[in-house]
Design a protein around this ligand. Structure first.
Ligand SMILES: Nc1ncnc2c1ncn2[C@@H]1O[C@H](COP(=O)(O)OP(=O)(O)OP(=O)(O)O)[C@@H](O)[C@H]1O
Ligand SMILES: [Mg+2]
Length: 486
C-alpha cells in the first residue's frame, strides 16, 4: 500500500498547525469561560412612562428587568441614553416601582414563536396568546427585528391578487407584494373593508395587526367581522390603545415578522395593519418622552424614519417566491388628507384607497372614493383593455361629480355636452357597480367582467334623462317641521 505522502510545502504545514492550535484554544476557552458579568444598575428618576437608570450597561433595544413590588420584576426596554443615564420604558404595567429600584439587563431578544400552529390564533403585542386556546407550542422562534432584503433581489410585482372587493379588483387592481394605504377618517368603514378582504381574498395566509385601536373592537373584529371563515387562515396580533407604547410598536413588528415568516415559506400573505397612524403615535409617545424635539404636528423626526422601516418589510421576497401584500390603514384626522402621517405614508406606499365620509354618510358602502384613490402597480399587472375600461369608468364618474351641482339644480341642459350626457346616463350603473354588501364576495374575474359589461351598456338619450329627472319627486319637509321657516 502506498504510504501517505508527507506535506512538503512549509506554508501549508504552518497553516495546518495554526488551525489545529486555534481549535484547541477555542475548546479550552469554552471550558474555562466564566459566566457573563451582568452589571446591575438602579433607577434615579421616573417621569410619566420614562425611567432613568444609572450604573448598568445595556444597548438600545435591550430588555431589562426592573425590580417591582413583592420581588415581581417589571420588563422595560432601553429606548435611549444620555451620558451615563439609560432611558427605559415599560412593556407592561408599571405599578409599584419605587425609587432606587434595581435594574437588571438581560440578554434575551424580543422573539416570536412561528409555525403553522399560529393560524387561527390571537396574540398580544408580546406574542403571548390572548384567545384562551392554550400555549403556542412551536419548535421555532425568530427575533422580531427585520431581515433586510436587497432591493435588487426582490421579485417584481407582476401578478394580481384577488381581494374580493369589486371596486378594488376592477379599478384599483392590487398586485401580489404591493403595499397599499387605506386612508379614511374615523367610522367610515375601514375595519369592515379589511374584514371583507380577510374573508374573501385568495391569499394563503392573512396576518392582521390591530394596533392602538379600542380594546372593545378587537373582540368585535374577530367575532363579527372576521368570523370563523376568516379566522381559519388568519393570525391576529392585537395591541390595543391601553397597551404601553413600546408594546404597540412591538405588536406592529410582530405582525410583520409573522407575515415575513409565512412569505419565506413561499406563501402569499395578506398583511392588514389597523392602523399605521396609531403605530406612528406610539413612536411619537416614546420619542417625545425621551426628549426628541417635535417637528411636524408634534411628530418627532424619528417617526418619519420608523414608518418606511416598517412598511419596507412588506412586499415580495428574495427567496422562496412568497409575497406580502399589505394594507395599512391611515387615519386622516378630520378627513384631512394633508396629515403628516398620511403624507409620509402616501410617499412610501404603492398606492392608496381613500374612503369618503360623504359616501359613507349617504349609505354608499364600501365608501371608496375612486377619484382620489390610485394603485401604482395597476399598469404592470393589467391588460391594456382593462386599463382603458377603468379609465373610462373614472372619466364618467369624475365628469358626473364635477357637474353634479349644475345637474341637480336643473342648470345643465341635457344635450349641451355629449360627454356629460353620457356620464349622466352611466352614473346610476357606476354607483351600482361600486356598492357591495358586507356578505357579498366578488372575485377577480367577476369584477373585471362587470367592468367590461358596463362599457357595453346602451345609454338612454338626453331627452329620456330629462324626462326622468323631471319626474323625480322633490323632497319636501312636512308642514311645521322647520321652525325657522317664515
Ligand atoms: N360595507 C358596508 N355595508 C354596510 N355598512 C357598513 C359597511 N362598511 C361599514 N359600514 C358601517 O359603518 C360602520 C363603521 O364601520 P367601521 O367600524 O369599519 O369604521 P372604521 O373606519 O373602522 O371606524 P374607526 O375609525 O372608529 O375604527 C359600521 O358599524 C357599519 O355600520
Ligand atoms: Mg376601525
Amino acid at each position: 500500500m502506498a504510504k501517505q505522502k508527507k506535506c512538503n510545502n512549509p506554508i501549508s504545514a504552518n497553516a495546518n498547525r495554526d488551525a489545529r492550535w486555534a481549535r484547541r484554544l477555542a475548546r479550552a476557552r469554552q471550558q474555562v469561560e466564566a459566566p457573563k458579568l451582568v452589571v446591575e444598575g438602579h433607577l434615579t428618576r421616573m417621569v410619566g412612562l420614562t425611567m432613568e437608570a444609572v450604573g448598568c450597561h445595556a444597548a438600545v433595544g435591550a430588555r431589562c428587568l426592573v425590580e417591582g413590588p413583592d420581588g415581581e420584576d417589571i420588563e422595560a426596554e432601553v429606548v435611549g441614553f444620555s451620558g451615563e443615564k439609560l432611558f427605559l420604558m415599560p412593556t407592561g404595567r408599571m405599578q409599584g416601582i419605587v425609587p432606587n429600584a434595581r435594574v437588571i439587563p438581560t440578554d434575551r431578544v424580543y422573539d416570536v414563536a412561528v409555525g403553522n400552529m399560529l393560524l387561527g390564533r390571537v396574540l398580544d403585542g408580546a406574542g403571548n396568546p390572548l384567545d384562551g386556546k392554550g400555549p403556542i407550542c412551536a419548535t421555532e422562534r425568530v427575533p422580531i427585528s427585520a431581515r433586510a432584503i436587497n432591493p435588487l433581489a426582490r421579485h417584481p410585482i407582476c401578478e394580481k391578487l384577488d381581494v374580493g372587493i369589486r371596486a378594488i379588483n376592477a379599478l384599483l387592481s392590487v398586485g401580489r407584494g404591493q403595499r397599499m394605504g387605506l386612508f379614511a377618517g374615523s367610522g367610515v368603514g375601514k375595519s369592515v373593508l379589511l374584514g371583507m378582504m380577510t374573508r374573501y381574498t385568495n391569499a394563503d395566509v392573512i396576518v392582521v395587526g390591530l394596533i392602538g385601536e379600542r380594546g372593545r373592537e378587537v373582540k368585535e373584529f374577530i367575532e363579527n367581522i372576521l368570523g370563523d371563515e376568516g379566522m381559519a387562515r388568519a393570525v391576529v396580533v392585537a395591541s390595543p390603545a391601553d397597551d404601553a407604547p413600546v408594546l404597540r410598536l412591538h405588536g406592529a413588528n410582530l405582525a410583520t415578522r409573522i407575515a415575513e415568516y409565512f412569505r419565506d415559506q413561499g406563501l402569499n400573505v395578506l398583511l392588514l395593519m389597523d392602523s399605521l397612524t396609531r403605530y406612528a403615535q406610539a413612536q411619537r409617545e416614546v420619542a417625545l418622552a425621551i426628549g426628541e424635539p417635535p417637528a411636524t404636528k408634534g411628530y418627532p423626526p424619528s417617526v418619519f424614519a420608523k414608518i418606511p422601516q416598517l412598511v419596507e418589510r412588506a412586499g415580495n421576497g428574495d427567496t422562496g417566491g412568497g409575497s406580502i401584500t399589505a394594507f395599512y390603514t391611515v387615519l386622516t384626522e378630520g378627513d384631512d388628507q394633508q396629515d403628516p402621517i398620511a403624507d409620509a405614508a402616501r410617499a412610501i406606499l404603492d398606492g392608496h384607497v381613500v374612503l369618503s365620509r360623504e359616501l359613507a354618510e349617504a349609505g354608499h358602502y364600501p365608501a371608496i372614493d375612486v377619484e382620489a384613490s390610485i394603485s401604482r402597480a395597476m399598469t404592470e399587472i393589467t391588460t391594456p383593455e382593462h386599463q382603458e375600461a377603468a379609465r373610462r369608468f373614472k372619466q364618467w364618474y369624475s365628469l358626473y361629480r364635477q357637474n353634479r351641482d349644475l345637474i341637480s339644480v336643473g342648470a345643465y341642459q341635457p344635450g349641451s355636452d355629449a360627454l356629460v350626457d353620457e356620464a349622466m346616463g352611466m352614473f346610476p350603473h357606476l354607483t351600482e357597480f361600486l356598492r357591495q354588501g358586507i356578505h357579498e364576495p366578488v372575485g377577480l374575474a367577476d369584477s373585471i367582467n362587470a367592468l367590461e359589461t358596463l362599457q357595453q351598456i346602451e345609454l338612454v338619450s338626453p331627452a329620456q334623462v330629462a324626462a326622468l329627472q323631471g319626474g323625480m319627486p322633490q323632497q319636501t319637509l312636512p308642514v311645521g317641521a322647520n321652525p325657522y321657516a317664515k
